[in-house]
Write a protein that binds this ligand. Structure first.
Ligand code: ADP
Ligand code: MG
Length: 265
């Protein structure tokens, strides 16, 4: 690998998720040119990089929303790239994704929104589904809003409700695409605490696409930076801060001028 690696670049034991030389092009444009990194069980790994660099593309490969042109993606040591849609159903139960623009059903209360997948996919009765949904809403600090409709809520509350819904599958892995983008700092820190808690209390493995330096330096176990189609850096927050690499320094300092160019700007 051509990138900069800290001592924290390796996963101890078997990785929960591993990318091996993953390449992906769209209409001849190479986005991923051999992405390599691993995520340990129960870890919170952040994926950073400039906009358009391929962060969302990377995480979509884990649940088969995109398929690599070459390379391998493993979940608990087993390949998931190239699985049939049928087999991916199981992968998507184990790995939940919270999309950047999380959508809830506007005509349903929060409780109904979270109870729906429990009835539909877990086969719970309406009563049991609502009981479990209430517990999940409690976990994301929405105990006061069971009967609220999404339109009446702040972005931060909607985001937390979407996370509660993702948790209905009792996922082993949660993929968060920019969970704090567009949120005020108070709500952003609430999401941070929730992600950390899922990992610490339930052993959930989280991959978080984010530009939010506060989140990164408060809850990340490790960070992978995508740059020019590869994982240019994989390491701990302390290693990221201490690295003399000008590309990493530009990111950490939030400067727009530097070796790292933002496509389209
Ligand atoms: N389904 C797709 N079809 C064609 N191009 C895509 C598709 N998904 C992503 N891309 C392109 O891949 C590049 C990386 O996108 P993305 O991963 O969404 O960036 P980001 O790092 O901001 O999340 C962009 O140039 C985007 O236009
Ligand atoms: Mg994205």
């Amino acid at each position: 690998m051509s990138g900069v690696e800290g001592r924290g670049s390796r996963v101890e034991g078997t990785a929960k998720i591993e990318f091996r030389k993953v390449r992906k092009s769209f209409s001849g444009k190479e986005v991923l040119r051999g992405v390599d990194f691993g995520v340990g069980k129960g870890e919170v790994l952040f994926i950073i990089g400039t906009s358009g660099v391929g962060k969302s593309v990377t995480i979509k490969h884990i649940i088969g929303l995109l398929r690599p042109d070459s390379g391998e993606i493993l979940l608990d040591g087993n390949r998931v790239d190239g699985l049939s849609e049928q087999a991916l159903y199981d992968v998507r139960k184990r790995c939940a994704m919270v999309f950047q623009h999380a959508t809830l059903f506007d005509s349903m209360t929060l409780l109904e929104n979270v109870a729906l997948p429990l009835r539909k996919h877990q086969g719970l009765s309406e009563r049991d589904a609502e009981k479990e949904a209430a517990g999940l809403l409690d976990q994301v600090n929405l105990s006061d809003s069971y009967q609220a409709y999404p339109a009446a809520l702040s972005d931060g509350m909607r985001k937390r409700a979407a996370i509660a819904r993702a948790l209905t599958m009792k996922p082993e892995v949660v993929l968060f695409d920019e969970p704090t983008t567009g949120l005020d700092p108070v709500n952003a820190r609430r999401i941070d605490r929730l992600i950390r808690k899922l990992s610490d209390d339930l052993g959930v493995t989280s991959i978080v696409v984010s530009h939010d330096l506060t989140s990164i330096f408060s809850i990340a176990d490790r960070i992978a930076m995508i740059y020019q189609g590869v994982a240019h850096f994989v390491g701990t927050p302390a290693e990221l801060k201490a690295s003399p690499d000008p590309i990493l320094q530009q990111f950490v300092s939030g400067r727009s001028q530097g070796p790292m160019e933002t496509p389209g700007f």
